[in-house]
Structure formats: C-alpha cells, structure tokens
Design a protein around this ligand. Sequence first.
Ligand code: ATP
Ligand code: MG
Length: 869
Amino acid sequence: MFLDFFESKGHLCKSSYSLVPHNDNSVLLIPAGMAPLKPYFTGQEIPPRTRMATCQKCIRTGDIENVGKTARHGTFFEMLGNFSFGDYFKKEAIAWSWEFLTEVVGLDPNRLYPSIYEDDDEAFEIWNKQQGIPAERIFRFGKEDNFWEHGAGPCGPCSEIYYDRGEAYGCGKPGCTVGCDCDRYMEIWNNVFTQFDGDGKGNYVELSHKNIDTGMGLERLAVVVQDVDSIFNVDTIRALLDEVCRLAGTTYNADHEKDVSLRLITDHIRSVTFMVSDGIMPSNEGRGYVLRRLLRRAARHGRMLGIESKFLADLSKKVIEVSRDGYPELDEKAEFIYRVINQEEENFNKTIDQGLSILADMEQKLANAGEKTLSGEDAFKLYDTYGFPLDLTKEIMMEKGFDIDEDGFNTAMENQRKMAREARKTTNYMGADVTVYQSIDTSITSKFVGYDKNSCDSKITVLTTDTDVVEALTDGQEGTILTEETPFYATSGGQVADTGVIRNADGGVFEVKDTIKLQGGRIGHVGKVVSGMFYVGDAVTLEINEEQRAATARNHSATHLLQKALRTVLGTHVEQAGSYNDKDRLRFDFTHFSALSAEELKKVEDIVNEEIRAALPVVTKVMSLDEAKKLGAMALFGEKYGDAVRVVSMGDFSTELCGGTHVANTENIGCFKILSETGVAAGVRRIEALTSTGLLAYYAEMEKEFHAAAAAAKSTPANLEARIHQMQEEMKVLQSENEKLKDKLAKGSLGDVMNQVKEIKGVKTLAVKVSDVDMNELRNLGDQLKEKLGEGVIVLASELNGKVNLITMATDGVQKLGAHAGNLIKAIASEVGGGGGGRPGMAQAGGKNPAGIDNALEKAAKVIEEQIH
Ligand code: ATP
Ligand code: MG
C-alpha cells in the first residue's frame, strides 16, 4: 500500500537494498531507509529520480537492550520511507503522510498527533492551517527528539507522528502524553526535513537543495492497524514466536522471564536470517561479530527455555516463510542460510557447556572472595576460548548481580591482536591462526594433478576464513579454499607455491595468492574473493598462473643440474643443505668447506650450460625407494621418504628424488648464470643464480643502468671506460688549479700586508688577521710572508667557521735576539679561548673565540717587546 501510494505521487519505488553498506564506513549495517541513498542526499551521485520510496530492511544493534522489553523495538525491522532529493518539501511530505495514514490505511485522525521541532513554525503552520490540526494537538519538542543531525553535514528538523493506542497501553502516570516513554503514544513515522548544512558546532546555513527523508516502521504500523500490544503480536511475527513456543514446549504470556526470552529469540532470528542472506558470515569482527553475538544470544536463550537440540535453522525456515514475498533473496539462499546457522549453533553448543561451567567456577571464586567484578582477563578467556561474546558473559553475570571489567577485557583483546599481528610477520597472513586448519574434517583429502595439467575442474570441499571453517566466502573476504583436485603446487621442496584463480559457474572469482600444504596432505588455496560468492560444494575451475609456473620450473630444474655440476667439480662431499626456487631466481645451499675459486665457479657454470644445450629429456618415474637408490638417485640428507618415491632424471646426467615440477627438456632452461657464492654457515656455501627469463630481466636491468651511467657521463656505453679515464684526468687538472686559486685567494685576503709591518725594538713584526683560511693555508701563507720579510716575527690569526686558527713564526736571526714563537703563542692563545705551544721557530694553536682575535694580536706586540733584549 505504501509503495503504491507513493508511486501514485510520482515516486520511483525500489526494493530493499542490502543490509551491508557500500562505500560507507560510518555504519556496520544499514539502520534506516535513507542510509543506502546517502550519495543522492549529498549530491555525490545523481538519483534515478528525484522522488523515491523504499521498504528497507534495517538492523539497529543499538536497540538490543530494548528488545523484548519495550513493545516497539526490534534489532531487525522494515522501514517504509519516501524521499525527495531537492524536489518536494514540507508541504507535500506532511500532506502525503497524513493522507496515507488516514485515508489509505484508514487510521482514526483523532488518535494521531504530530510533533514538530520547537522552532519549526513552518511545519506548525502546515499542520495547523493546511491539514487543519488544532494547535493543542501539535507537540513541540526540542533538538534531542526532533532535530536530525549526524555530525557535520545535511541536517534539519523532524516531524514525528504519534498514535494514541489508548489508556490500556499507558503507564498511567500523571502527565502521560505524547512523548512519554511508555507504549501508549507510539511514534510510528518520522518526517525529516533536511534543510540545513550544519558545521557540527551549532551553526547552520540553509541548503539550496532541500531534501525529505522519512521513515516509518512497518511493524509499528502493523501494531496500530492490528491493534495488538507489541510488535511481537503482529501476525507474521507472532507466527514466528509461536514456532519458538512450540520448539520450547511452552506458551506465551505464562511467565514473564520466559516471555522476554521468547521475544528475544523471535527478534534475533529475524536479524540473523536476513544478515546471512546478505552474505554476512559469523566471525570475530565487524558485521560478522554482530551476527555471531545475535545468534549466540538467541541460542543461549533457547537453552534457558529448555531447548536441548539445535533449533535456530528451523526457526529461520519460519522467517523465510513469512518474509519471502518481499525478499526473494531469502528463498534463493535458503539452504545456505540453514547451513551457516546450523554450523554456528553447533560451534557454540560444543563450547557453551564447558564455558558455562567455567563461568560458574569464576562466579564461585568471586563470591568466595566477596568480589563483585569479573576481571577483564577472565572475560577475555571466555571469549577467546569458549566463544562467549562479551555481552553474553555480561548478561549472565548481571543476572547474578556481578559486573565486568570491560576496560580490562579490551586491553586483553588488544594484547592478543598485537601478538597475532607480530606472529603474522613470520608466517603467512594466517599468522598465529593456522589452527583453523586443524578443525577441518580429517576424512577430506586433496589430490594434486598439476604435474601435467595447468587447470582442472573440481569441487569445493572446505572453506575457511582466517579463524573459522565456514560454508561460504563472500566478496572481499580473505580465506582458504580446499578442493577435491587441484593443479596448484603447494610450497615444498624449496619450490614456491603456484598462484592463480579459482572460478565458479556464477562468475565468482577467487584470487589464489598462496598455496599451502596442510596436515593430511590437504592443499589449501589461500587468497581473496575478488567478486561473487563461493559455497562449499560449488563446482569450480582452478587455473594456475602458467608463466610463473614455467619460470619456476626452469629454475628448479637448473638447481638439479647445478647440484650435479658441483659434485663433479668439487667432489661427492657436496650435499644439498637447502634450496629455494621461484619464478625470478634460484638459491642452492650445499656442504663444502672453502670459498669457490673463480675458476671453479666458471667450471660449474660451464657444465650446467653444456647440459642445457645438450637438450636432455627430463623424465619422472614413481618407484620404490630401493629401486631409486639402485639408480643412484640423490636423496635429501636426513629426509624421510615413503615407500613410493618420485624420481626426476635429466638424461644420464642427473637423477634426484624430487616432488617438484620441472621442464620437459633441459633445453627449456635456456641459460644459466651464477650471481654470487657466499658462506652461510660453517661448512655451508650458498650459490645464487639465474636462468632464462630471470637472467634476461637481470641483464636488461644492468643494461638500463649501464646506459643511464653512460648518459650521466655524457658518453656512450662503448666509450664509457675511456670517458671515465678522461674525466679522472680532467679532475686532476682541476684539483691542482683549485689549489693554486685557493692560495691566491688567501694572499688576496691579506691585502697589502707588508704595509702593516711594525718595528718592535728594531725587530720587524707582522701581526695580522685574515679570514676563512685553514691551518694548512695559514702555514703556507706564513712561509711566503717570511720570505718577503727576511728576518722578523709573524703572527697570523684566521677565523674559519666560528673557530680560530693561530700561527706564530720567528726567523733564526730574531730568535737569537730572544724571540720565541712557542712562548709567544702560549701567551696569546688564551685570548681566543684556546691553548697551544711549539718550537721557537713555529707554533700553532686553535681557539673557540673569534671575538678575541684583536686582543690576541695586540697582546702579541707586548709579548714580543718583552722577549727581545
Ligand atoms: P524510538 O525513539 O521509538 O526508538 P527512533 O526515534 O529511534 O524511534 P527513527 O530513527 O526516527 O526512530 O526511525 C524512524 C522509524 O523507524 C520510527 O518512527 C519507527 O517507526 C521505526 N523504528 C525505529 N527503531 C525501530 C526499532 N528498533 N524497531 C522497530 N521499528 C523501529
Ligand atoms: Mg530509537
């Protein structure tokens, strides 16, 4: 009726969007009809029509505490909504909501009460004048109730419509009227007038494109129309509740506590069924955790009602039965939904008894110690080991009058995450959680068919996330797929795993990033669902990345040739100590006691290349270990082999036990080049080498660098060496020119220094300051000045980078008159914050205080005067 009505008002009616938000991280699950339409409200996307209407499935976990306690709240409900994106506004929205409720649904107008935001006179006028509602029937509420705002962004006043269900539903308190928390006046519809853009701090500007966003709970409307006391007595939901009663062998309205459990299960199974139908899987995080919580909560309340066996999948059948008309996806996924629910309930049942008895022990301990709070570690232990969601533990403890240290719980959780993250660094992305594979049914096997096939068709036998064995993997999820047969080679024997894709018939694509060997010879394809969904039992096609496989095989086969070549050149003490082969390179560790000479390396390399050119056929045979030994096959030191072994031989040259994938003929390896030979441990050497494509790529890279180097030297690769010699010559010339220039510069800085020569008691004295000259240069300068001066005393001071260099010189002739360069510097260095000394002819000192240079020079004159007799 709702959708037809709004279609008649020009609206485009769409079926419900998924519960999983797209490109919106602000909510885990869709909580309102407008949520999936956000881009139309903000203008980021153009709506298909400026008027739309939907009946949207919603989940509000924020209401979980109300469920079963109030008449009007569910975690799951359906929201009817009409929307205007910059099209009609208040007048039409109000008129149509009234028309729909009173004329289409036929509610008694005298029982309906609009409420408005206290400052919204425009809405008041419309209700009052346009709709003829008397002023005293229109309630004004504050921001809290009637202003819709979510941080910064579009916001605006609301007008809610309440229905008076009559005294019988009231709390009876004096002053009970519209807006009372009780269930007499029930809010059924909220009209939001998005007219402002708010900055989140209480400042609003009028929007040029005003929007209408409305929401009416279908269940609440049904409560009113069917005149029942709560949403749990609406016919469809009551049918579900009756089913819970039947399974529990109890009746509704007989016992208050049981009723709460009955309502809670009824609500939660609706959420659970719809969530799974939208591809959400139970997990310990995000949406998956919400699902797990709701499901486990329902399961526990089932136990409280005395239900012994699994019952939730049965109940979800009922959900599907009463909701299939509006939501065809429920029918399509029915079998899958039952499987997921069954499995999760089973997991929970397995641990709950144990968990409950441990919790009982914890309770006992608290009671004995007279304490009231369960520690965060204990709550976390229950969560981690027994899968008790925190609020389940909380609920159980609260019933007994205890509370929980939630901060402690969060700390314990964060610690564990950190540990898991750290552990992950050393293993694959599954990290510390590899244990998920231990819960795989041991009767399941995988067959490797990849020796002679690059792709095959098979069936999915197991799916896991990084924490759970699951029935399905959805779009964007990471996990592991196991199949009956696979062409994917799992990392082993030094050969790295294949990567590739797995596809199903519905166009689903799973990207295999790693292939791993699990217990029992099972093979796990680790990766991510790129699109679509994968279910256990799906027929799939597995395709490996052929190029990568071929390149890896070339390197692996070359490793066999290398081992034989090393034994030929170095001796039979050479044993394999480790190996690694991927598409780019190969690495081989072997026992040997000294570094290989350049000659030995060349010999080894030549032999391998000869055997490549010899085009030896590569043949693999499975035989008994004894037979293999008779053939002289090289086995791995200390390795345990089964009775039947795979023997890989390359002509008569090499025979090795090996499970890896190889080229068909050694010729395919192309070429082989050793890059390095190093020691890795006492008596163990390592060779790194390249073949074929890896080698070409390496040379291509070298060539690029070579050309770049030549270009940088403004030369060509062929002339580069000559060019470098030439540049070195040029550099020598430049360096000596530079020395000369520096010299000249230093002299220049002296100015016409000879003018400053003074006579002190008949001795020629030159005491001057120069700038930016280092000690070496200062000495050169002193020597040159000495030549010009003939006999005399020289004092030079220079400031360089904030420090002082000081030098004194006295010629032989003036030394005889008493001059002493060493004593002189000793006497004056303190003026520049330094110290020093030296011989009678020459002395030098450093200092930290350039400001004292002038004083030092002045003092020098006095000291010289004292020295001369
Ligand atoms: P209440 O105060 O009763 O929780 P609300 O103000 O949270 O309601 P809105 O956010 O305005 O509700 O949602 C629009 C409509 O959706 C409501 O008028 C009501 O009919 C319906 N609705 C909201 N929450 C629930 C719920 N938990 N279960 C069922 N219907 C709901
Ligand atoms: Mg609410």
